[in-house]
Design a protein around this ligand. Structure first.
Ligand code: PGA
Length: 226
Protein backbone atom coordinates (compact mmCIF):
# COMPACT_ATOMS: atom_id res chain seq x y z
CA UNK A 1 0.00 0.00 0.00
CA UNK A 2 1.21 3.48 -0.86
CA UNK A 3 2.37 5.52 2.15
CA UNK A 4 0.26 8.65 2.34
CA UNK A 5 1.35 12.00 3.70
CA UNK A 6 -1.29 13.96 5.56
CA UNK A 7 -2.13 17.53 4.56
CA UNK A 8 -4.44 19.42 6.91
CA UNK A 9 -5.84 22.79 5.86
CA UNK A 10 -6.62 24.88 8.94
CA UNK A 11 -8.79 27.71 7.62
CA UNK A 12 -9.01 29.34 11.07
CA UNK A 13 -11.39 32.31 10.75
CA UNK A 14 -9.93 33.62 7.52
CA UNK A 15 -12.90 32.96 5.22
CA UNK A 16 -16.51 34.14 5.36
CA UNK A 17 -19.43 31.76 4.72
CA UNK A 18 -19.52 32.26 0.93
CA UNK A 19 -15.75 31.99 0.52
CA UNK A 20 -15.72 28.85 2.67
CA UNK A 21 -18.35 27.05 0.60
CA UNK A 22 -16.83 28.24 -2.66
CA UNK A 23 -13.42 26.84 -1.71
CA UNK A 24 -14.89 23.57 -0.38
CA UNK A 25 -16.85 23.11 -3.62
CA UNK A 26 -13.74 23.73 -5.72
CA UNK A 27 -11.83 21.16 -3.66
CA UNK A 28 -14.64 18.63 -4.07
CA UNK A 29 -14.26 18.82 -7.85
CA UNK A 30 -10.55 18.17 -7.82
CA UNK A 31 -8.47 15.00 -7.84
CA UNK A 32 -6.42 14.36 -4.72
CA UNK A 33 -3.28 12.32 -5.53
CA UNK A 34 -3.10 8.82 -4.03
CA UNK A 35 -0.08 9.69 -1.89
CA UNK A 36 -1.95 12.47 -0.07
CA UNK A 37 -4.66 12.29 2.56
CA UNK A 38 -6.38 15.66 2.80
CA UNK A 39 -8.31 17.03 5.77
CA UNK A 40 -9.96 20.43 5.90
CA UNK A 41 -10.74 22.32 9.07
CA UNK A 42 -13.09 25.24 8.41
CA UNK A 43 -14.45 27.66 10.99
CA UNK A 44 -16.71 25.60 13.28
CA UNK A 45 -19.81 27.55 12.19
CA UNK A 46 -19.51 26.09 8.68
CA UNK A 47 -18.55 22.51 9.55
CA UNK A 48 -21.89 21.00 8.55
CA UNK A 49 -22.08 22.77 5.21
CA UNK A 50 -18.47 22.04 4.32
CA UNK A 51 -19.01 18.42 5.29
CA UNK A 52 -21.96 18.29 2.88
CA UNK A 53 -19.94 19.95 0.10
CA UNK A 54 -17.14 17.40 0.49
CA UNK A 55 -19.38 14.43 1.17
CA UNK A 56 -18.64 12.64 -2.11
CA UNK A 57 -14.90 13.24 -1.96
CA UNK A 58 -12.11 11.53 -0.02
CA UNK A 59 -11.49 14.74 1.93
CA UNK A 60 -12.26 14.56 5.64
CA UNK A 61 -13.72 17.59 7.38
CA UNK A 62 -12.45 18.14 10.92
CA UNK A 63 -12.99 20.58 13.76
CA UNK A 64 -10.49 23.25 14.83
CA UNK A 65 -11.08 22.63 18.50
CA UNK A 66 -13.26 21.06 21.16
CA UNK A 67 -13.78 22.20 24.72
CA UNK A 68 -15.03 18.94 26.24
CA UNK A 69 -16.24 15.49 25.25
CA UNK A 70 -19.79 15.31 26.56
CA UNK A 71 -22.43 17.97 26.12
CA UNK A 72 -22.43 20.05 29.26
CA UNK A 73 -23.01 23.47 30.73
CA UNK A 74 -20.30 25.14 28.66
CA UNK A 75 -21.42 28.38 27.00
CA UNK A 76 -19.59 28.88 23.73
CA UNK A 77 -18.02 25.44 23.91
CA UNK A 78 -17.90 22.78 21.21
CA UNK A 79 -18.11 19.18 22.36
CA UNK A 80 -17.02 16.02 20.60
CA UNK A 81 -20.56 14.75 21.07
CA UNK A 82 -21.93 17.74 19.14
CA UNK A 83 -19.41 17.09 16.38
CA UNK A 84 -20.29 13.40 16.14
CA UNK A 85 -23.94 14.38 15.76
CA UNK A 86 -23.09 16.31 12.60
CA UNK A 87 -20.82 13.61 11.19
CA UNK A 88 -17.44 14.98 12.30
CA UNK A 89 -15.11 12.48 13.94
CA UNK A 90 -11.84 14.31 14.39
CA UNK A 91 -10.58 17.56 15.91
CA UNK A 92 -7.46 19.63 16.29
CA UNK A 93 -6.55 20.07 19.97
CA UNK A 94 -4.21 22.49 21.73
CA UNK A 95 -3.40 24.80 18.82
CA UNK A 96 -1.14 27.59 20.08
CA UNK A 97 -3.87 30.14 19.29
CA UNK A 98 -6.17 28.22 21.65
CA UNK A 99 -3.45 27.98 24.31
CA UNK A 100 -2.93 31.75 24.04
CA UNK A 101 -6.63 32.41 24.66
CA UNK A 102 -6.82 29.93 27.50
CA UNK A 103 -3.77 30.24 29.71
CA UNK A 104 -4.97 27.35 31.89
CA UNK A 105 -5.16 24.94 28.96
CA UNK A 106 -3.62 21.57 29.78
CA UNK A 107 -3.93 18.97 27.07
CA UNK A 108 -4.22 16.19 29.66
CA UNK A 109 -7.52 17.57 30.98
CA UNK A 110 -9.14 17.41 27.55
CA UNK A 111 -7.39 14.26 26.38
CA UNK A 112 -8.50 12.35 29.47
CA UNK A 113 -12.05 12.87 28.22
CA UNK A 114 -11.55 12.16 24.54
CA UNK A 115 -9.07 9.25 24.69
CA UNK A 116 -11.46 6.81 26.44
CA UNK A 117 -14.13 7.79 23.89
CA UNK A 118 -11.67 7.20 21.00
CA UNK A 119 -12.46 10.49 19.32
CA UNK A 120 -9.70 11.08 16.75
CA UNK A 121 -7.53 14.13 17.32
CA UNK A 122 -4.47 16.04 16.21
CA UNK A 123 -2.59 17.40 19.21
CA UNK A 124 -0.53 20.51 18.45
CA UNK A 125 2.53 21.21 20.56
CA UNK A 126 5.33 23.74 20.66
CA UNK A 127 7.51 21.87 23.11
CA UNK A 128 7.82 18.18 23.83
CA UNK A 129 6.66 18.61 27.45
CA UNK A 130 3.19 19.45 26.09
CA UNK A 131 2.80 15.85 24.89
CA UNK A 132 1.36 13.53 27.58
CA UNK A 133 3.00 10.38 26.13
CA UNK A 134 1.87 8.22 29.06
CA UNK A 135 -1.84 8.61 28.26
CA UNK A 136 -1.61 8.19 24.47
CA UNK A 137 -2.29 4.84 22.80
CA UNK A 138 -2.51 3.07 19.44
CA UNK A 139 -6.20 2.20 19.69
CA UNK A 140 -7.51 4.88 17.36
CA UNK A 141 -6.18 7.73 15.22
CA UNK A 142 -4.05 10.07 17.28
CA UNK A 143 -1.80 12.50 15.39
CA UNK A 144 0.76 14.99 16.68
CA UNK A 145 1.70 18.29 15.05
CA UNK A 146 4.86 20.20 15.90
CA UNK A 147 4.04 23.88 15.51
CA UNK A 148 6.70 26.34 16.70
CA UNK A 149 4.72 29.43 17.64
CA UNK A 150 7.20 31.81 15.98
CA UNK A 151 6.58 30.09 12.64
CA UNK A 152 2.78 30.32 12.70
CA UNK A 153 1.41 32.89 10.31
CA UNK A 154 4.75 34.72 10.18
CA UNK A 155 6.18 33.46 6.89
CA UNK A 156 9.18 32.26 8.89
CA UNK A 157 9.35 28.50 8.40
CA UNK A 158 11.51 26.35 10.66
CA UNK A 159 14.64 25.09 8.94
CA UNK A 160 14.72 21.49 7.74
CA UNK A 161 17.46 20.76 10.29
CA UNK A 162 15.30 22.13 13.10
CA UNK A 163 12.22 20.19 11.97
CA UNK A 164 14.24 16.96 11.72
CA UNK A 165 15.84 17.51 15.11
CA UNK A 166 12.50 17.95 16.91
CA UNK A 167 10.79 15.21 14.91
CA UNK A 168 13.59 12.79 15.64
CA UNK A 169 13.36 13.53 19.39
CA UNK A 170 9.57 13.14 19.44
CA UNK A 171 9.64 9.98 17.32
CA UNK A 172 12.22 8.32 19.51
CA UNK A 173 10.14 9.12 22.60
CA UNK A 174 7.05 7.75 20.83
CA UNK A 175 8.86 4.51 20.15
CA UNK A 176 10.00 4.26 23.80
CA UNK A 177 6.29 4.28 24.66
CA UNK A 178 5.55 1.82 21.80
CA UNK A 179 3.36 4.42 20.14
CA UNK A 180 2.74 4.38 16.42
CA UNK A 181 1.57 7.97 15.96
CA UNK A 182 2.12 10.17 12.88
CA UNK A 183 3.90 13.48 13.38
CA UNK A 184 3.16 16.58 11.29
CA UNK A 185 4.93 19.90 10.96
CA UNK A 186 3.06 23.21 10.89
CA UNK A 187 4.15 26.83 10.62
CA UNK A 188 4.24 28.89 7.41
CA UNK A 189 4.12 25.90 5.08
CA UNK A 190 3.64 27.21 1.55
CA UNK A 191 4.10 26.04 -2.06
CA UNK A 192 7.77 27.07 -2.00
CA UNK A 193 8.78 24.93 0.97
CA UNK A 194 6.20 22.12 0.97
CA UNK A 195 8.16 19.78 -1.32
CA UNK A 196 11.23 19.78 0.89
CA UNK A 197 9.25 19.51 4.13
CA UNK A 198 6.92 16.77 2.89
CA UNK A 199 9.88 14.80 1.47
CA UNK A 200 11.46 14.38 4.90
CA UNK A 201 11.25 10.82 6.20
CA UNK A 202 10.50 12.03 9.72
CA UNK A 203 7.63 14.26 8.56
CA UNK A 204 4.32 12.43 8.12
CA UNK A 205 2.49 15.48 6.85
CA UNK A 206 1.84 19.19 7.27
CA UNK A 207 -0.66 21.40 9.04
CA UNK A 208 -1.20 24.43 6.82
CA UNK A 209 -2.93 27.65 7.84
CA UNK A 210 -2.89 30.70 5.57
CA UNK A 211 -1.74 28.96 2.37
CA UNK A 212 -4.55 26.39 2.63
CA UNK A 213 -7.18 29.11 2.21
CA UNK A 214 -5.96 29.82 -1.33
CA UNK A 215 -7.09 27.17 -3.77
CA UNK A 216 -4.04 27.38 -6.00
CA UNK A 217 -1.55 27.30 -3.14
CA UNK A 218 -3.33 24.41 -1.44
CA UNK A 219 -3.14 22.29 -4.59
CA UNK A 220 0.48 23.28 -5.23
CA UNK A 221 1.25 21.94 -1.75
CA UNK A 222 -0.80 18.78 -2.31
CA UNK A 223 0.89 18.14 -5.64
CA UNK A 224 4.40 19.07 -4.54
CA UNK A 225 5.51 15.47 -3.91
CA UNK A 226 3.80 13.77 -6.86
P1 PGA B 1 0.29 29.02 9.04
O1 PGA B 1 -0.58 28.38 10.22
O2 PGA B 1 0.48 27.96 7.99
O3 PGA B 1 -0.53 30.18 8.54
O4 PGA B 1 1.59 29.44 9.63
C1 PGA B 1 -0.33 27.09 10.66
C2 PGA B 1 -1.26 26.75 11.78
O5 PGA B 1 -1.63 27.64 12.56
O6 PGA B 1 -1.69 25.60 11.93
Amino acid sequence: MIKQKLVIGNWKNYLDADQTIELATKISNQQIPDNIRLMISPCNLYLSEVNKALNESSVEVISQNITSYESSSDTGGVTATDLKNIGISRTIVGHSEVRKRNKDFKSEDLLKQIIPAKFNFILCFESIDQIPFNILNNDFEITLAYEPVWAIGTGETASIEHINEIHSLVKSTLSEFNLDIPLLYGGSVNPNNSKEILSQKLVDGVLVGGASTKHEDLFKIINSIR
